[in-house]
Design a binder for this molecule. Structure first.
Ligand SMILES: [Zn+2]
Length: 232
């Protein structure tokens, strides 16, 4: 007897490499935390946004460096101290160049530096920060979702799961609780989520593949695929 493939068409269409794989979600904040402080011009607490610019002041043998923030409403500035009364030879040349040319990555590093923010008594507001979510599919059969977020931007796990999977916040909370994870967990560093959540993703992939005409064969699917989602 001819051993024909007896699986349903939807099952046939699911590339095996995507069914049992690890998903890595890389979360990157596209803007640094805002700072809440009294604005003398507005006359109340306002959000101050990092301008990305440094101010360098050389006073005799001492150098001061600040990162400039601006009031969201009126552009009044607040300078966050980065270096105070430092001798020129104590600053690496590459760092000095980065300050001088307002290097974006350097500004970003300081704007996310918790100890520096604390030193400056800065109260951060991460409530409306935009972020990007990049999904990578790694074919290692581990059935996990690994969330990686370099900086703590106050993102809650249920928010990321809800936006990453396109499900309701309530549904995300339930899934997390079933996995003994608190929905309030801050997404920071690396968090690994197993089993139930992965099943949710598997169902989704299944739906996606069975809902449209597929011409891709298993061998055409690369082990690594990426997708970008923007969140707020
Ligand atoms: Zn203002």
């Amino acid at each position: 007897m001819n051993t024909m493939d007896t699986s349903s068409s939807s099952e046939r269409n699911v590339p095996k490499s995507q069914v049992r794989s690890m998903q890595k979600w890389i979360i990157t904040s596209t803007e640094p935390p805002k700072i809440l402080r009294n604005c003398p011009k507005c006359g109340g607490v306002q959000k101050f946004v990092c301008s990305g610019n440094f101010r360098v002041n050389a006073n005799g043998r001492n150098i001061d460096v600040w990162l400039i923030y601006k009031c969201e409403e009126c552009d009044s500035t607040w300078n966050m101290t980065v270096l105070s009364r430092v001798k020129p030879e104590q600053i690496e040349k590459s760092l000095y160049t980065a300050f001088a040319k307002n290097d974006a990555e350097t500004a970003r590093k300081y704007a996310f530096d918790k100890s520096l923010l604390a030193k400056n008594h800065a109260i951060t507001d991460c409530s409306e920060l935009r972020y990007a979510l990049e999904k990578q599919m790694i074919d290692d059969g581990s059935n996990t979702v690994e969330l990686v977020c370099e900086y703590d931007i106050g993102l809650r796990l249920d928010k990321v799961i809800s936006e990453g999977l396109g499900i309701s916040r309530a549904h995300a909370k339930t899934l997390l609780e079933q996995n003994n994870l608190s929905p309030k967990t801050r997404v920071f560093g690396t968090i690994t989520v197993k089993e139930l959540i992965f099943n949710e993703i598997r169902n989704q992939i299944h739906e996606n593949y069975s809902s449209e005409e597929q011409t891709t064969s298993d061998s055409d699917v690369t082990a690594l695929s990426t997708e970008r989602i923007s969140g707020r």
